[in-house]
Write a protein that binds this ligand. Structure first.
Ligand code: AMP
Ligand code: FE
Ligand code: FE
Ligand code: ZN
Length: 267
């Protein structure tokens, strides 16, 4: 069963609605997708409802938490989570509030750089409660300050750049523990994007259950290294496109869920 295990919708920084994403998944011949919005579960029900429209298409309820370690973004995926859990709702609320406050601070920094963007300009690109830097970048493109998202990050929004502002993030250990508590399966997302590869070991020490060895931004060498690490540490080995709707291709790479009994069983 072909699954794309890493996708984003308009409930975070993706461009498609959950319904459009499901339709696209069906059209390209996938058997299912995991919805893994950043710090958000709001799109899952819509995707599940749409999937029922088809006889053989499945949704895995998921999330992608953004953590921070040694000044690096570390992303951790949670699959099959109990996404209506109250404790999770409270944590997400706190994360969303911090994202909102941070957006205001980023806009102030941009204003100091003579880049004038209002919060309304940004909110147009969001579901209005879960603001990410890509939404700010898209507003910058719309206003003609940059030509593409990469450029907005490279010049202003990335860590270390003039408009970068920290936000509240969970610790890696806290996140893995939370996912486990939500009866989910925790997977280290795109380890190939980590500069400090010792963070992988740290995640393993903290009990991470899987590793996203195959990802749209990984090269062949990365893949081999991560498959090896996964095997040595008895981790679930997964794949994901990290589809956002403007870059990458849904289902590339996909995973054959029949080869992951721990997940296949839970469908
Ligand atoms: P945030 O959630 O606000 O921390 O923004 C992080 C998100 O921005 C990531 O999940 C990516 O989707 C996106 N992103 C990060 N770096 C870049 C980049 N260089 N170009 C385009 N998008 C990026
Ligand atoms: Fe993203
Ligand atoms: Fe990510
Ligand atoms: Zn992602």
């Amino acid at each position: 069963m072909k699954f794309d295990m890493h996708t984003h919708t308009i409930f975070s920084d993706g461009l498609l609605s959950p319904r459009e994403l499901v339709d696209l998944g069906v059209n390209i011949g996938l058997n299912g997708i995991a919805i893994t919005d950043h710090d958000e579960v709001g799109g899952i029900d819509e995707a599940i409802n749409r999937s029922k429209f088809y006889s053989d298409f499945y949704i895995i309820p998921g999330i992608e938490f953004g953590c921070n370690m040694n000044d690096e973004e570390v992303h951790i995926l949670g699959y099959f989570i109990d996404y209506n859990n109250i404790e999770l709702m409270n944590i997400l609320k706190k994360l969303h509030e911090s994202r909102f406050t941070r957006a205001g601070k980023i806009l102030e920094r941009l204003r100091d750089l003579d880049i004038i963007i209002s919060i309304e300009d940004v909110l147009k690109h969001t579901d209005k409660r879960n603001i990410g830097r890509p939404h700010i970048g898209r507003a910058m493109i719309e206003k003609g300050y940059v030509v593409e998202l990469e450029q907005a990050f490279e010049l202003y929004l990335d860590r270390g750049k003039p408009a970068y502002v920290e936000r509240y993030q969970l610790e890696i250990g806290e996140t893995i523990y939370l996912i486990t508590k939500l009866s989910g399966i925790s997977v280290l997302a795109h380890p190939g994007l980590l500069k400090d590869r010792s963070i992988i070991e740290y995640c393993i020490e903290k009990g991470i259950m899987g590793i996203e060895a195959y990802h749209s931004k990984h090269n062949k060498v990365d893949e081999e290294v991560f498959v090896q690490i996964g095997r040595e540490n008895n981790l679930i080995i997964t794949s994901g496109s990290d589809y956002h709707g403007d870059r990458d291709i849904l289902g590339e790479p996909y995973v054959d869920l029949d080869k992951i009994p721990e997940m296949r069983r839970r469908l």
